[in-house]
Write a protein that binds this ligand. Structure first.
Ligand SMILES: C[S@@+](CC[C@H](N)C(=O)[O-])C[C@H]1O[C@@H](n2cnc3c(N)ncnc32)[C@H](O)[C@@H]1O
Length: 260
């Protein structure tokens, strides 16, 4: 009798464990294609586990479409190997890094330089306007660098392209790993992106009707022209994604059912 109860308890526990594992898999890594590729890379690659699911959510549409990728922080080439394997034949990657740490391949071209330097971007990518499908920032994670990189490379994205910045938890770090973050620090990348949300909604925020202490336009005109093509922004733990494209139409439609 006691043995039967004990066996039942063990079976219930095993079932609960399996269900919990399945739930974690769904929540963090539901689609494991990218993770499987990651696990079998020949070169070193460094990611947080929940990025795989988010990548698939936002970047799956480029699979099999020979995307052109700009990757800031290509390091040992492992992430470029992963993108090439995930997106497939014809994928081409321009990798930027401050230090040469990997070799070029038939799919990876390397540019050595500082992502925080306007001059670097101007010199190396002037001729690449609207050239890339994806821009990924996995470089220094310094907030000022992330901001300069977004400002200098957003114009390099095609319409329909995706801007992906990872490790944005450094927005909350001050003098630990990075020097220029901190909770609500107006110079952090996350706070900068919150301003960009206002740009995305500038049809509304420029008049700021009836709310807040300030009258009149709120959004700096320079930012409006820089980011006039944003369709959506997504904020996750440690990742910010911007979808580039013409503004979504803001048109009210009303369906009035006819009386019977
Ligand atoms: C986190 S690692 C990149 C990891 C790689 N993408 C991966 O997934 O395995 C960051 C890289 O950014 C580079 N880096 C640091 N500061 C930089 C800067 N100012 N400009 C460009 N690259 C920089 C580093 O040399 C390093 O290779």
């Amino acid at each position: 009798m006691i043995k039967e109860i004990f066996d039942n308890l063990l079976a219930t526990k095993a079932r609960h464990d399996a269900e919990a594992a399945e739930q974690v898999k769904e929540a963090t890594n539901g689609n494991t294609v990218l993770k499987e590729i990651f696990d079998n890379l020949t070169l070193q690659c460094d990611k947080f586990e929940h990025y795989f699911e988010l990548c698939e959510r936002h970047l799956k549409k480029y699979v099999g479409r020979s995307p052109r990728i700009l990757e800031i922080g290509c390091q040992y080439g492992g992430s470029a190997e992963m993108w090439r394997k995930y997106f497939g034949e014809g994928t081409s990657i321009h990798g930027v890094d401050i230090a040469p740490q990997c070799a070029e391949t038939d799919y990876l071209k390397i540019h050595i330089g500082d992502q925080g330097s306007h001059a670097f971007w101007d010199l190396n990518f002037r001729d690449k306007r609207e050239f890339f499908d994806i821009v990924m920032d996995d470089g220094s994670h310094e907030n000022s660098h992330q901001i300069v990189s977004l400002l200098c490379t957003y114009g390099l994205l095609k319409d329909g392209g995706t801007y992906w910045c990872e490790d944005t938890h450094t927005s909350y770090y001050f003098n630990a790993r990075v020097s220029d973050g901190g909770y609500k620090n107006p110079h952090s990348f996350t706070e900068f992106c919150k301003d960009v949300i206002d740009v995305m909604s500038s049809k509304h925020t420029r008049y700021a009707i009836g709310v807040g202490p300030i009258d009149g336009p709120r959004v700096p005109p320079a930012l409006i022209s820089q980011f006039d093509k944003i369709q959506g922004m997504h904020f996750y733990d440690s990742v910010i994604v911007i979808e580039k494209g013409p503004r979504l139409k803001f048109e009210r439609v009303i369906h009035r059912p006819s009386k019977r």
